[in-house]
Design a protein around this ligand. Sequence first.
Ligand SMILES: Cc1cc2nc3c(=O)[nH]c(=O)nc-3n(C[C@H](O)[C@H](O)[C@H](O)COP(=O)(O)OP(=O)(O)OC[C@H]3O[C@@H](n4cnc5c(N)ncnc54)[C@H](O)[C@@H]3O)c2cc1C
Length: 180
Amino acid sequence: MAVCNLLLQADCEGPYPHLLCRLLRHTNVPLPDNPRCDPSEDWQKLRHYLDGYGGIIGTVRDQLNEHSNIVYRPLESFLLPSPWYRGRVVLIGDAAHATTPHLAAGAMMAVEDALVLSELLVAHESLDEVLVKFMQRRFERCRMVVENSATLGRYELEEVAIETHKKLQADSWQAMAAPI
Ligand SMILES: Cc1cc2nc3c(=O)[nH]c(=O)nc-3n(C[C@H](O)[C@H](O)[C@H](O)COP(=O)(O)OP(=O)(O)OC[C@H]3O[C@@H](n4cnc5c(N)ncnc54)[C@H](O)[C@@H]3O)c2cc1C
């Protein structure tokens, strides 16, 4: 996806001290050429991108300054074609399926990989059988997360109807809630 991601981690004061002391927020901005940017200007850019927001986001935006901790980087996702193993080596987690943050599920998929792999290793003697079954249980689910997350990012950039966005998000979360 040709976008850049500004991750804001800002101290938050004001009317919400009981709710949070730190806020994490992603802002996706289309920057197809991924230009090299001056980090000292990030806070002004982020303030501009968050223009028009109210509530907590508006409160944090108004507190941004040159000391704000802002991470700016391109968003990339990646899905290794099946199989993720060769011989006795198998890749799991981001090494096999790194995803954009729109479903907030990258770590979850990595943990699931580890759980499924350990469950299979305990249940089966043959490593070949374990690895084949591992791919059967993992590939489609991780593909769904990587692809749907990227699609949600595209929806944000293209300002697709919020109902469409919500439906894909809900469908994805429902699929992730199903047993592995
Ligand atoms: C800003 C941000 C927010 C996120 N939010 C969420 C969220 O809300 N929910 C969620 O589920 N996921 C989230 N994720 C995704 C999640 O962090 C990753 O999917 C997850 O950490 C992947 O785990 P992993 O063990 O596969 O890889 P990593 O966590 O990347 O671990 C790989 C490790 O290998 C080490 N390493 C790399 N190269 C070498 C080397 N040559 N030698 C030795 N060590 C090496 C690295 O230092 C690292 O410690 C987020 C990610 C980011 C960046």
